[in-house]
Write a protein that binds this ligand. Structure first.
Ligand code: SAM
Length: 263
């Protein structure tokens, strides 16, 4: 008999079952014997069991109480495994980094209903993370890795690319999961930039400006940024006020945000 309860839709439980895909995802993280890894949502362990022998220690953050109990039991016979039964959005990654005294590698086949909040939560710890391999809805990965000029380029692209190098690694079809989701998925690798290429003076101002610039995609910056920056201020950093947000590079957004912060 199956030892697991039926998959819980509310927790985004689509479990990986294709061994080739599972191998490819774990390989993408490039685990070495001295690494500390964190898996978000181990579920029934498709990625977990493969990673366990590869890293020095493996931390799991799982929210489903039954699965937490399963992993706590599993940890009794796996010394390198630590189980944290909490919501990832409330989990402080510094706890692991402090205990292990080294940066961590993060992996997760993320619950799609909270994918953006999880990405923004992880970004707070970017300087403590070596690299991050995540599975998300394909459209989200396309948006994360998009270049300026296209319809996929938006707030998510700018906010994440200011902090990470982002690679779209490969697409995963619904058949790789049980139960199969309704949409295609994709794997992304996010590597925190060792040196931030486009520094911002205030991250909060940067976030606010990017959000406002994309609030009405069809409008020009002169209109969307009204109340934040005048047309003259926009021009002063070399940006044309009559263009739309989707044409701007991350560096231009950073320049606009810094101009706003300077007042
Ligand atoms: N890693 C497994 C796999 O690939 O087969 C499971 C992936 S499943 C898409 C998502 C997992 O995240 C589930 O195990 C689910 O219980 C867990 N989860 C959902 N919400 C969570 C949260 N807020 N914090 C931590 N884990 C969560």
């Amino acid at each position: 008999m199956n030892q697991f309860a039926a998959p819980r839709k509310s927790l985004g439980q689509n479990f990986l079952q294709d061994p080739n895909i599972i191998n490819k995802i774990v390989s993408s993280l490039g685990l070495k014997a001295n690494d500390v890894a964190l898996e978000i949502g181990p579920g029934r362990g498709a990625l977990t069991e493969l990673m366990l022998p590869l890293a020095k220690s493996l931390h799991l953050v799982e929210y489903d109480r039954d699965l937490v109990a399963y992993w706590q039991d599993r940890a009794l016979s796996a010394e390198s495994l630590s189980v944290h039964g909490v919501d990832i959005l409330k989990f402080d990654l510094t706890d692991i980094v402090d205990a292990e005294q080294q940066k961590i590698k993060v992996i997760g086949n993320l619950p799609y209903n909270i994918s953006s909040p999880v990405l923004f939560h992880l970004m707070k710890y970017a300087d403590q993370i070596e690299s991050q391999v995540v599975m998300l809805q394909k459209e989200v990965v396309q948006r994360m890795s998009a270049s300026p000029g296209g319809k996929d380029y938006g707030r998510l692209s700018v906010m994440l690319q200011q902090r990470y190098a982002i690679e779209y690694l490969f697409t995963v079809p619904p058949g790789a999961f049980f139960p199969p989701p309704k949409v295609e998925s994709a794997i992304a690798r996010l590597t925190p930039l060792a040196e931030v290429l486009h520094p911002v003076d205030s991250h909060a101002d940067f976030a606010q400006l990017v959000k406002q610039a994309f609030s009405q995609r069809r409008k020009t910056l002169r209109n969307t940024l009204k109340g934040m920056l005048s047309a003259e201020q926009i021009e002063s950093v070399g940006v044309t006020p009559s263009v739309r947000a989707e044409t701007l590079s991350v560096s231009e957004f950073a320049a606009l945000a810094n101009c706003y912060t300077a007042g």
